[in-house]
Each structure stands twice: as C-alpha cells, then as structure tokens.
Design a protein around this ligand. Sequence first.
Ligand code: IMP
Length: 496
Amino acid sequence: MAKVFDEISRTFDEYLLIPNLTTRDCTPSKVSLTTSLSRHRESEAPLRLNIPIVSAIMQSVSNHALAIELSKSGGMSFIFCSQPIGRQVDMVRKVKSYKAGFVTSDSNLEPDNTLADLLKLKEKTGHSTVAVTDDGEPDGRLLGIITSKDYRVTRDPLDKKVSDFMTPFSRLVYGKTGTTLTEANDILWKSKIDCLPIVNDRGNLVYLVFRKDYVEHKENEGELLDNEKRLLVGAGVNTWDYSERVPALVEAGADILCIDSSHGYTEWQSDTLKYVKDKYGDSVKAGAGNIVDPEGFLYLTKAGADFVKVGIGGGSICITREQRAIGRGQATAILDVAKARDRYLEETGTYVPICSDGGISHDHQIALALAMGADFVMLGRYFARFDESPSKKIVEGNQYLKEYWGEGTNKAQNWQRYDLGDGKNALLFEEGVDGYVPYAGKLKDNLEITLAKIRAAMSACGAASIKEFQQNARLTVVSSRTIQEGGVHDVITKET
Ligand code: IMP
C-alpha cells in the first residue's frame, strides 16, 4: 500500500513566529543577514550572500541587468539557462565585467538613423542619453552622443538624421580605457557634463559614466563582491547539455551553478553533479534540486550538491501540482529538509545550505522560511515586477504591469527543466502559466523595505543572525480564525 505521511502538508501562511526576548544586541540595525551559499565544513569559509535572497532561474527574471542590481544590494541572480549557451555566457560576462559606475551603453543608433528612430528608442529604453556609433552597436566606433539638449521635438522634422544634430565626437569630452571611476568623476565635474564616454585606442565605445551613478555607487556598501572586487553571479544549467554549458559558464566567470529542474531527485542530476565534481573538484560550486523531502536532499547531497533547492509546485506561475499531482506544502518541505540538513551536519560535520524556492508572495514569508531553516530564498514573481527584470512593461487600464511567465510554458520552451528522461525534447503539456505582475519600480527601493521587514522579524525573535534565527525561532500553527484576526477587521479603511 502507498505510504501516506502522517503530517499535513502546510504552507507559510499557516504559521506565525512567537517573539523571544529582544536584547540590545539584536535591534534591527544590528541584525546581520549574511548567509551561507555553499557546502562547507565548520572550519571552512563558504561562499556567502550578504542578504539571503537570490533571483529565480527564469527568462522573465534573471538577466544581466537584474543580476547586477541584485548583487549590488548583496544578493545574487542565477542567469537563466533556457537560452543558447553563447547568450547565457554573454550575460554572465556582462555581470563579471561590470565596473561600478561604468555602464555599457544600452541605447545606440547609427548616424543615418532619424529623429523618429531616436524617439522610438527612447520610449523603449527610457534612456535620455544615446550613443551614435558607426554600426549602432554598443562597442562600435563612437561618432557622437545625443542628449535632450541636442534636438527639439516641436521644431525638428522627424526625418532629420541623427548625424545632423548629435554632439560629434570632435566636440565631446571623453575618457580613455583605464580611466578610474574617481578620474572619470573628476572630469564630469570639471567639464560640467552629465555623461562621460570611455573609448579605447581605436575610438570604439567601451563604457559610459554618468554623474548620477557616483552618488548611487557610494550608497551600495553591501555589494556582493569576489576577491577581485567583481560582482558575484550564478548561472542555471540543465542535465542535457552540461558538458558544453558548464565549461563555457565557468570560463565566463560564473561563481556558482545550479541545476534547474522541477524534479531534482533524479539520476541525471547526480550525473551532472558528478561531471562537475570530476572535472573541477571543489573549485566549481553547483547547487541542485528541486526536492521536497529528506530522501531527495540526501541523494543530492551525497551526489555532491553544494546547496539544495527545496520546493515543488508552490511557484506563483506554477501548475505542476494540478498537472502532475507532484509537490508538498512549502513550509512542511522546508521544516523536514532542514531537519535532515542538521542531522547530516551532526553526522558528517558538513553543512549543506538549503534554498526555499517558490511561493513567496509576501515579505514576511521570507522571514518564516528562514526561521524554518532555509539559508536563503529564491524569488521569481518578486523580481519580475521591477524595472531591471527583462520582461516588457505594459499599461492596462490605469495600471502598469510587467509580463511574467513560467519556465514550464510553451513560451519559455524549457523542456529540459521538465523532461523525465524519455528524450522527447519537447514539452508534452505546460506546467506554468504566462501572465502579468503589477509593476513595482526599482529593485533597490523595494528590496530595502523587504529587508527591513526581515530584520524587524528577526529582532523581535531575539536573533542577530540567520543562524540564531534558525536555532531559536519559535513557530506556531495558526487556525483560519487566527489568520482572519491578523488581517484588518471591523473597520472601514480610508482610501489612500
Ligand atoms: P515565484 O517566486 O513564486 O514566482 O516562484 C518562482 C519559482 O517557480 C522558480 O524559481 C521555479 O522554481 C518555479 N518555476 C518557474 N517556472 C515555472 C513553471 O512554469 N512551472 C512551475 N514552476 C516554475
């Protein structure tokens, strides 16, 4: 007969935290959010995150732009793998070559483009500074720069060529490759300009430095940096083309990999981990998943996983439970796997971090996931809402929305994530939906509020670190009436 687990499968909202004594040592500003990202023995230093948040391995979430912004705030992205290897490698390279304050020009035109083309480009990218290069590429020979001071939409004809009104290279103040950020900023101030192009010896555009970024960079003290002061970035891999994808990503500088699958308790995840460990030993880190129980955790841990991702069927765009009846309440899964992780530590002296993946719809649920034993959380919907995510922003009625689609949709075409070894190379049915999320603005502004809430929850539970939170948190299961009591009730709220 089939085994039926005694315990009900529960989710985050069925729990609350009971406060502990808050001492002067754990006020919110003293709470540390650093956490382990990779397997380690107690005496060893693991790879670490400065905040316990990573972004999902999804087309609509984790590209280079989001990865740069998240890493600047102390978290990390896993660049999606449902794209050709070369494109994924380019994204990883863009993050690793990112120099604070130096940006690759995203808005570029050729000299023969017109004012109409310029206006269309500005609407698409939202940038007011546009580089004119010989081939319209971000690294083409720089011919000029256009800012809003160079044209008048009310007077200039729409077919006027950009070469006729751009500020030409001969009149530009520019810097050469090798210019430091401090030097670039000095030039910006002395020349009273807002944007400084940096060109190489051949006159090709390399970067733009903006005056406004100087202030912003000074504010990013929690950046997640490697030994060479480059931002950290992760990358997703699959169990199909790993012998080509992994070496390319490692060579591009990915700091950690993660096998991306809706069902990770498989022999092919073990094969993929074996490939990575045989080829690179400990020098290349790779997480695996997703699983929802101790058996899955131990299987992947013994196969060499550097962290294990927990969660099946809870994602906001996910219909895996409806389609395949596979999954487990996220809270129960985390609590059960965290127990196995702690037992494994006691038995072997090795700590293997776990990541709670999917289903976080409110900030407070991140605190619950950490209290339950997660070392960090992976978020998709949360990040899809921000300016930096790769998806399109649209207006619907009086609301701004951003597109958000699952990796299990026909749109994403990521059959590798769902394939169960039959080699059909196609999605036979969808496991995700294609939809929208409310647009929420800049990543940094939203993340600050989220982190403040996590710190406040930890402080109320008397925890100054994630380790202490995991060890000392007290949780209670709540009734549906208690949940009702926790919301606003018996008042008429004012429209704000
Ligand atoms: P969210 O944060 O609730 O939006 O969940 C994001 C997570 O959902 C990802 O990290 C994946 O584990 C999972 N996921 C992504 N795409 C799909 C899909 O199409 N179907 C099911 N799960 C998905």
